[in-house]
Design a binder for this molecule. Sequence first.
Ligand code: NAP
Length: 257
Amino acid sequence: MTTALITGSTAGIGAAFARRLAADGHDLVLVARDTERLTEQATELHDRHGIEAEVLTADLATDEGIEAVATRLGDRRNPVDLLVNNAGFGNKGRYLDVPMADELRMIKVHVEAVLRLTSAATAAMRERGRGGVVNVASVAAFVPRGTYGASKAWVVQFTQGAARDLAGSGVRLMALCPGFVRTEFHQRAGMGTDNIPNWMWLDADKLVAAALTDLARGRTVSIPDPRYKALMGLVKMTPRSLLGGVTSRTGRKYGPQ
Ligand SMILES: NC(=O)c1ccc[n+]([C@@H]2O[C@H](COP(=O)([O-])OP(=O)(O)OC[C@H]3O[C@@H](n4cnc5c(N)ncnc54)[C@H](OP(=O)(O)O)[C@@H]3O)[C@@H](O)[C@H]2O)c1
C-alpha cells in the first residue's frame, strides 16, 4: 500500500487525482483550507474504496500552512510515496490591475509552497530510493501572460531542473501542463468562460489518467492532450513578440488557465 498527498484535493483537478488514486488502492493525505469539505471527501473515498484518507487543513498562502504540510511529508514513519502539488488559483485582471497582496499570495502558493513541499518530499523519498512528485503547472507556462503564466513557467523550469538533479535516485518529478479544464477555477477567480470554444475544454478525470501514464513513462513535462500538444508546437514556432500581443488580447477575454 502506498500513500499519496494531494494539495487542493477538494475540487477540480485535485479531486480527480484523489478519485483515481483511491480507486487504484492508494491511501491519501488530503490538503486544502476547507475542513468540512475535506472530511466529507475523506469519508466518501474511504467508504467507496476502502482506503485510509487523512485530512490536513492548511492554507498554503501562509508559512504555517506550508510548514504543516512539509512536516507531514517529512514524517519517516508514515512515508508519502507520491506528492501532487496541485493547489492553485487565478487572479482576475491584467498586471497592475491585480492588487499586490493577491499577486504575492499567488507567488506563495504557486512558487514557494511548491518549492518547499517538493523539497520536503524528495528529501525523504531519496532516502528510500523511490517516490514521485507531480507539480501542476499549465500551458500558460509557455506564453508571456502576467504573474499566473510566470509562476507556472517557474513550476515547469524548477521541476525539469530538479528531475535532472535527482536522476538515478529512484525519485521521479513531472510538471503537468493542462489547458482549460472544467473545474471551480474560473468561477472562483470571477472569470467568464462563455468565449472559450468547446473543443478547448478538457475533462479532469481523463487529464489525470493521461498524467499518471506520463509519470509512469518517466516524462518530466506532460501536456496530456493532442490538441494542446499541437497548439504548444505552434506556440514554440511563433516569435515571442507576436505571441505576447495575441495572448494579452485573449488573456483579457479568457483569463489564465
Ligand atoms: N482549471 C483549469 O483550466 C486549469 C488549467 C491549467 C492549470 N490549472 C491548475 O490546476 C490546479 C488546480 O486547479 P483547479 O482548476 O482544479 O482549481 P479549483 O477547482 O478551483 O480547485 C482548487 C483547489 O485548491 C485548493 N486551494 C486553493 N487555494 C489554496 C490554498 N491557499 N491553500 C490550500 N489549498 C488551496 C481549493 O480548496 P480550498 O478553497 O478549500 O482551499 C481546491 O481544493 C491549479 O494549480 C491551477 O493553476 C487549472
